[in-house]
Write a protein that binds this ligand. Structure first.
Ligand code: ATP
Length: 895
């Protein structure tokens, strides 16, 4: 026990606590880890740990404790709730014991996670023209850096944070006081924000740290050799944080990967949520795209599939390679299933590598490494033996890790680790015979001594003639000879009595004592030697961390590609053709909805003449489903997956942007309309002509005319300036007329059949606008009282009267093409072809000015109209009226 007095322990605890900025401290006191004072109360509350009282220097302190071997789950419990936990260990000093903080466990450096998901620690640095980002997963050794710049760098940086969903973020010194940025980080992730030494972010220091870890070569091969890049600053800070927290996993971070935001399809946080990639809008995992398409066999495969879905790619070559692998797997069911079955035997090698490096891997973990390594040659042979697989990129994939090296390490482990080792690494029994000579000698002598005891009773019986004699051992007396009372007279003189029982007597002899001491000595020596040898073996496995990561990654990739093939085969998906632009999906389906519904497939065609689709149709007809289906098919194609369609040609996009009604905005305390406009604003800023934009009901959150105006203007801007491929679902029937005047805007509608007051949803998408505005009709169907329905029709008519909106074509903002009259529901133009039926669509205009309040007419027509308006129908005879009409016609024609 500690040399410090009992009272001093609380004092020691409190002074260690003052040293650390961790939220909670636990301190080893003998065989226990103790929490005192506020920390004891916290663990009492949070983890239901029993809290007692400890008196110290006249005060009483709350105290809670757990045995040494049971600390891990408590630390994990605290860290998973977002606390940073400092662990102080006891060590020997000349005068007794002392304690120091050996590790600070934080959400981003927790090794003991049981979740298969990636667990990133992120560093983010702001510089003049953007941000540097570094992401490290201490559980797998993955380490990635990136930089984003440009006018929308803020949103790009936040997008990356959302994509990696880090457990912990270290903001650089420039960001620490930027409350609005930090608030946005909190909104998009569940990360804990931790403050790390500002010096660690300094360019020189960070570059030094990064070079030390990955080597100068690695930095220069990624073009980061100047060392003052923002991503290197973020990387250096992350490395120094991992080191400072004492997790001991730096060695597993073997490879620096750099990526460019342009390598991946931009998917902002809103879009990832809207498309329900990994969870539904209601927060369920089930019903997400990921859960629907996931057939992986390993947790590393699951993790990788999720990563692929969250980070679709833009390089057509890389995607075609994945497609070819999926196609090969799709064609060879037998080999695929054999490989998947073998993969199921693999454990998470990336995680095991980190455990080996941190020294926390036990003998069972090394057996897992052995068994997982054995999977590689088996699957590689299966690939080589299946003709349709051996000619595919899968052959290259399985030959990536060095097979000889894999085999050497596997053999070493097979020869070293015992088949059924104990759970602790200190008691011996971890290693096999034949692995180490000294160990074998120890085991031999140990066995020989045990054997001596096993046969002792028989030997003594025949030597002494005692028939009631047995040899046994217990905790207090050790080994002894037990002789029945009736035979005690035959006991030889070297027997030394140690205990008298009712019917027997116990004895020991010098030799027995000597043998017993030898057995204990051998057991102790065996424990020590095995621990030492095991440590060396684990060290060698740790030295192979990179190999383990390579094999782990290869098996995960195989697992994901096979999983995509399984889903494609089971659901009739096809390989999409990747093209430069445009979109031609024949008989496309929604990948998630098709699983639970008799799905009606639909076509989608978009090209340079048809870039903007206005999607109309009654409520619940399937507008949102249709648009999401387009987005998801595009996304799946850029994951390298097959897609739910009869055939598909997909133009590779640089980003997918969506704005759909979200459910949880009010819960976040922001006005729905404000959020809607922020999202719209982000899309208008970020989308390019290579992007896909999905807008569902933009403008709905405000007054109708405000809404129409915003939707109208956004359509013009997207069409004229951005030129992104856009699908826009709207209930504003008025917008459908835009197709007549904006060159590349087309209408499609989801058809519904209406008979005898019933609407049957056909779920079929057809060209052209829907032929009526359904809102009031739906109110009618829903049983809203007739007077209200009729009155609303009246009101709608009134509202539409004499309201007009101009449509602007591309080119100068002054060039007014057409005026939309909400009263008539028609466009009016004064130029050539002035009936507004579309002849102005090429953007040429005869230059006449239009009046935003309505078309300006020539004086003669004005006069005719005013006469018409003045006619008192009741006072004029039919004959007079006919001749008046003839006269008006003539005057208008001659004008
Ligand atoms: N092609 C289809 N085949 C079968 N069912 C479909 C199809 N499209 C949509 N559905 C189903 O129809 C329902 C309504 O779809 P959706 O939400 O897309 O309609 P909507 O027109 O966007 O509705 P609202 O205008 O009210 O937002 C959903 O339950 C969906 O599963």
């Amino acid at each position: 026990m500690s040399a410090v007095s009992e009272g001093g322990i609380v004092g020691e605890f409190l002074s260690l606590k003052a040293e650390t900025d961790a939220d909670v401290l636990t301190m080893q006191v003998g065989d226990f880890y103790e929490f005192f004072a506020d920390d004891a109360e916290l663990v009492g509350d949070v983890l239901d740990l029993n809290v007692s009282k400890k008196s110290s220097h006249g005060s009483s302190y709350p105290m809670a404790g757990v045995p040494l071997s049971e600390l891990t789950p408590y630390v994990k419990g605290l860290v998973e709730r977002g606390y940073r936990v400092a662990v102080a260990d006891q060590y020997e000093t000349d005068g007794g014991h002392a304690r120091r903080i050996s590790r600070v466990v934080t959400p981003g450096t927790l090794l003991e996670t049981t979740s298969a998901d990636a667990q990133y620690l992120a560093g983010i640095v702001r510089v003049d023209d953007g941000y540097g980002l570094a992401f490290a997963d201490v559980t797998t050794g993955r380490f990635l850096v990136s930089a984003v710049s440009g006018p929308d760098a803020d949103s790009k940086a936040l997008t990356e944070l959302y994509r990696f969903d880090p457990a912990e973020v270290l903001p650089g010194p420039e960001l620490r006081n930027d409350d609005s940025f930090l608030e946005r980080v909190r909104e998009r992730t569940d990360a804990s924000l931790s403050v790390h030494d500002a010096n660690a972010f300094a360019p020189g220091k960070a570059a030094h740290r990064t070079r030390e870890q990955f080597g100068t070569e690695a930095l220069s091969s990624l073009g980061l050799d100047s060392g003052d890049g923002a991503e290197v600053r973020a990387a250096g800070a992350v490395l120094s944080y991992v080191e400072e927290t004492g997790a001991g996993v730096l060695g597993s971070m073997t490879r620096l990967q750099s990526y460019h935001a342009d390598d991946h399809v931009e998917l902002d946080a809103t879009t990832q949520r809207n498309l329900e990639l990994t969870e539904t809008m209601h927060g369920d995992r089930k019903g997400s795209l990921f859960e629907t398409v996931d057939h992986t066999k390993t947790s590393a495969g699951r993790r990788l599939l999720k990563e692929w879905l969250q980070r679709p790619r833009r390089s057509p070559d890389a995607l075609r390679e994945r497609q070819s692998s999926v196609a090969a797997f799709a064609e060879s069911a037998l080999a695929r299933e054999e490989i998947r079955e073998t993969l199921a035997d693999a454990y998470d090698l990336e995680r095991l590598a980190s455990k080996a490096v941190s020294g926390s891997a036990d003998a069972h973990d090394l057996l897992r490494v052995r068994d997982s390594l054995a999977v590689l040659p088996t699957v590689a042979d299966a690939v080589a033996n299946a003709p349709s697989l051996s000619g595919s990129p899968l052959a290259e994939l399985v030959s990536r890790p060095n097979r000889e090296e894999v085999e050497r390490l596997r053999e070493e482990l097979a020869e070293a680790v015992a088949e059924d080792p104990p759970n602790t690494v200190t008691q011996g029994g971890l290693l096999r015979r034949g692995y180490d000579e000294e160990l074998d000698d120890i085991i031999d002598s140990h066995e020989e001594n045990l054997e001596w005891f096993d046969t002792l009773a028989d030997r003594e019986k025949s030597r002494t003639g005692i028939s009631h004699l047995q040899v046994d051992r217990n905790k207090t007396d050790g080994y002894y000879l037990q002789v029945g009372k009736s035979d005690t007279d035959k006991v030889p003189e070297e027997y030394e009595a140690v205990k008298t029982l009712k019917n027997s007597e116990r004895y020991v002899t010098d030799e027995l004592r000597e043998r017993e001491r030898e057995i204990l000595r051998l057991e102790e020596r065996r424990g020590e030697l095995e621990y030492e040898l095991f440590g060396e073996l684990r060290e060698r496995v740790a030295e192979h961390a990179e190999l383990l990561q390579d094999v782990g990654r290869t098996l995960a990739e195989l697992d994901v590609l096979a999983s995509l093939a399984v889903h494609a085969v089971e659901n009739g998906w096809v390989r999409p053709e990747l093209v430069e632009s445009g979109l031609d999906i024949e008989q496309g389906r929604h990948p998630v909805v098709e699983r639970t519904t008799e799905f009606v497939p639909n076509d989608v065609r978009m090209d340079d003449d048809r870039e903007f689709l206005i999607v109309t149709g009654p409520n619940m007809s399937g507008k949102s489903t249709y648009m999401r289906q387009v987005a998801l098919i595009t996304l799946l194609a850029q994951v390298g997956s097959f897609v739910p369609a009869r055939s598909a040609r997909i133009g590779v996009v640089d980003g997918i942007f969506t704005r759909v009604g979200a459910l949880d905005e009010l819960a976040q305390g922001r006005s729905t309309f404000m959020v809607e406009m922020q999202e719209l604003s982000n899309i208008l800023h970020s989308a390019s002509e290579d992007s896909l934009v999905i807008l569902d009901e933009v403008g709905r959150g405000t007054a109708t005319y405000d809404g129409i105006s915003i939707a109208w203007a956004a359509t013009e801007y997207l069409h004229n300036e951005v030129r992104a491929k856009t699908l826009f679902a709207t209930h504003y029937h008025e917008l459908t007329t835009l197709a007549d005047h904006l060159e590349r805007v087309e209408n499609v509608h989801v058809a519904a059949d209406e008979r005898d007051g019933d609407v049957t949803f056909l779920r079929t998408v057809r060209d052209g606008p829907t032929n009526r505005s359904y809102g009031i009709h739906v109110a009618d169907l829903a049983g809203v009282p007739m007077p209200v329905v009729e009155r609303s029709r009246d009101v709608l008519d009134k509202l539409r009267q004499e309201k007009a909106i101009e449509a602007r074509g591309s080119g100068s903002n002054e060039s007014v093409q057409a005026v939309f009259d909400l009263g008539s529901g028609q466009f009016q133009t004064n130029g050539a072809g002035g009936n507004g039926s579309g002849s102005d669509a090429d953007g040429t205009n005869d230059g006449e000015e239009s009046d935003a309040a309505g078309p300006s007419l020539d004086p003669e027509t004005e006069a005719v109209l005013s006469e018409l308006a003045g006619v008192e129908v009741a006072d004029i005879s039919p004959i007079d009226l006919m001749s008046k009409v003839q006269e008006w016609q003539q005057r208008v024609e001659e004008r």
